[in-house]
Design a protein around this ligand. Structure first.
Ligand code: CA2
Length: 155
């Protein structure tokens, strides 16, 4: 059984406590349960982690690269939170590992403040998902499974 790594970045541990109009009312625990259920539907396991620290996310992407190369990991669903808009380190980590990463945002970042319109991760990500609320996590997992079955873009 292969694993899908679900990484949530800074402040996503606050999900469900504030800003429900933007991020919904589900907690991070709800999101992680949703991810585990969707992964199981595809015969995979979801390994869900959250950190407020950029370096920790970099280390986990490196680990994902090793596990992808070993054939035990399908890929990563990454909501890097605000680091999306600032982090060259996360860009380099994704580029340096070759692991398929789906960049995910709960909100439609392009309909929000201009500083959220630029992503350092999108050029390195395999695909981008934004604006579907927390349902986007399940959609991203399904997309990752599909990509892993048909590795050529657009197929
Ligand atoms: O839409 C997304 O998923 C974001 O990645 C969320 C980030 C934001 O900086 C990105 O621009 C878009 C922020 C996550 C903070 O989440 C909170 C949830 C509840 C209360 C406070 C923060």
């Amino acid at each position: 059984m292969k694993t899908i790594l679900i990484l949530n970045g800074p402040n996503l541990n606050l999900l469900g406590t504030r800003e429900p109009a933007v991020y919904g009312s589900e907690t991070l625990a709800d999101v992680e349960a949703l991810c585990r259920a969707e992964a199981a539907r595809h015969g995979a396991t979801a390994d869900c982690r959250q950190s407020n620290h950029e370096g920790q996310l970099v280390d986990w992407i490196h680990e994902a690269g090793r596990n992808y190369a070993a054939g035990t990991l399908l890929g990563v669903v990454l909501n890097a939170g605000a680091y999306t808009h600032t982090s060259v380190a996360l860009h380099d980590a994704i580029k340096g590992t070759n692991v398929p990463v789906i960049e995910l945002h709960i909100s439609n970042v392009h309909a929000r403040e201009p500083f959220r319109h630029h992503s350092f991760l999108s050029p390195a990500a395999r695909a981008v998902m934004a604006g579907f609320g927390v349902a986007g996590y399940a959609l991203a997992i399904a997309g990752l499974v599909r990509i892993s079955e048909a590795p050529k873009p657009g197929v």
